[in-house]
Write a protein that binds this ligand. Structure first.
Ligand code: SAM
Ligand code: SF4
Ligand code: SF4
Length: 300
C-alpha cells in the first residue's frame, strides 16, 4: 500500500472515531452465487444461481468508490468462477485498481486457479487437515494443494472457519500457513450458525480453547492475521454490531456489515472475527488500532 493511501485510511479512522461516523470504508461485491462446492457450513451458495454482469459490477465499484470506500473485496459463491463475455476476475481487479481502490482482495475456495498476482490478498478457504477439510468441503484438499504449489506468488492468506468438525485442527492449519512458501498468513473466523448449520457452532468452552490456541500460535511466529486483543473481547461478546464500516452488495442490494445482518438473532451469535475487529477499531480502542496498524503493514 502506498504511504499516501495509508495516511488517507488513518484519516478516515480518526474522523470515524471522533465524529462517530457510520460511513463504510470496506466494501464487498458478490460476483455470483454459483458455486462448484456445497460446503456443510455454508448458506450462500447456489441460491439464485446468478452470474452478475460486468456492467452491473463495474457500476457498483464506481458507486462504492464515490461513497468513500477504499478497501474492496470480491466474494461469492465461488468468486473465481465469475466470468462475463470473456472477462474474468483479473479484469475486475485491474479495473478496481484503475478506479483507485487502495486494497483489492478476493476470497476463494482454491479449486480454480490461484495465480492472481493482481490481487493484494487472496483469502483461500482451508478448513482443516486433509480428511476434515474434505469432510466439510468435499474432496478438494489435494486439488487446492496443487493449485497452491503452482501459484507463482505469495499473496495468499488461509481463511479458516472454525467449527465443531475442525476446531482440534487449528494448529495443523497454522503450521501449513507457516511453512508453505506461497502463504503469507492465516485468518480465523468462528462458525456463524445460519439456519440448518447450528450443529456446527462451538460452545463457549470450545471457543475459549480455540482462542487460547490461536494466541499461543501468535507467540510462536505463526503468521496470524487476526488481532490479539480482539480475541478476548470477541469472547466476552460485548462488541458493537453490526459494523457500519463494512458493507456488502449483491446485485446492488446493500447489506450493512454482512448478508447475515438480515437473519434475525444471528449477529448475537456472530463468528466473523473481522466484524469484531473492525467494530473495535472504529470505536477507538487504542490497543486494537496499534495491532491493526502492525498487522496490516505486515501482510497487505
Ligand atoms: C461464502 S465463502 C465465498 C468464497 C469462496 N467460495 C470460499 O469458500 O472461500 C467465504 C468464506 O465464508 C466462510 N463461511 C461460509 N459459511 C460460514 C459460516 N457459517 N460461518 C463462518 N464462515 C463461513 C467460508 O468458509 C469462506 O471462507
Ligand atoms: S466454496 Fe464457498 S460459497 Fe461454495 S459452498 Fe463452500 S463456502 Fe459456500
Ligand atoms: S455482526 Fe456478524 S452476523 Fe452480524 S452482519 Fe456482521 S458479520 Fe454478519
Amino acid at each position: 500500500m502506498k504511504k499516501r493511501d495509508f495516511m488517507d485510511l488513518a484519516w478516515f479512522g480518526l474522523k470515524t472515531i471522533i465524529f462517530k461516523q457510520k460511513k463504510p470504508i470496506l466494501g464487498t461485491i458478490i460476483l455470483t452465487d454459483y458455486c462448484n462446492l456445497s460446503c456443510k457450513h455454508c448458506a450462500v451458495n447456489n441460491i439464485n444461481k446468478r452470474m452478475y454482469s460486468y456492467e452491473s459490477i463495474l457500476e457498483e465499484m464506481h458507486n462504492f468508490y464515490n461513497e468513500g470506500i477504499r478497501i474492496l473485496f470480491f466474494c461469492g459463491g465461488e468468486t473465481l468462477l465469475w466470468e462475463d463475455r470473456r472477462r474474468n476476475i483479473k479484469d475486475l481487479i485491474k479495473e478496481a485498481k484503475r478506479i483507485g481502490f487502495y486494497i483489492v482482495n478476493v476470497v476463494t475456495n482454491g479449486t480454480i486457479d490461484l495465480d492472481l498476482p493482481e490481487a493484494d490478498v487472496i483469502f483461500l478457504s482451508i478448513d482443516g487437515s486433509r480428511e476434515t477439510h474434505n469432510l466439510i468441503r468435499g474432496d478438494t484438499y489435494d486439488i487446492i494443494m496443487k493449485k497452491l504449489d503452482e501459484a507463482k506468488q505469495s499473496n495468499i492468506c488461509i481463511y479458516m472457519a472454525i467449527n465443531k468438525l475442525n476446531y482440534l485442527e487449528i494448529e495443523a492449519v497454522g503450521r501449513l500457513a507457516k511453512e508453505h512458501p506461497h502463504i503469507h498468513s492465516i485468518s480465523f473466523n468462528f462458525h456463524t450458525p445460519y439456519k440448518g448449520t447450528e450443529y456446527l457452532q462451538l460452545c463457549k468452552e470450545e471457543k475459549r480453547e480455540s482462542i487460547e490456541k490461536i494466541k499461543k500460535m501468535m507467540g510462536e511466529n505463526v503468521p496470524v492475521f487476526n488481532l490479539f486483543s480482539a480475541l478476548d473481547v470477541y469472547m466476552e461478546n460485548q462488541w458493537q454490531r453490526p459494523c457500519y464500516q463494512c458493507i456488502v452488495s449483491e446485485n446492488h442490494k446493500r447489506y450493512i456489515c454482512g448478508r447475515c445482518v438480515e437473519d434475525e438473532g444471528l449477529c448475537e451469535e456472530c463468528g466473523y472475527l473481522f466484524a469484531a475487529e473492525f467494530s473495535l477499531l472504529f470505536s477507538g480502542n487504542i490497543k486494537i488500532i496499534w495491532e491493526m496498524l502492525r498487522t496490516y503493514l505486515r501482510y497487505v
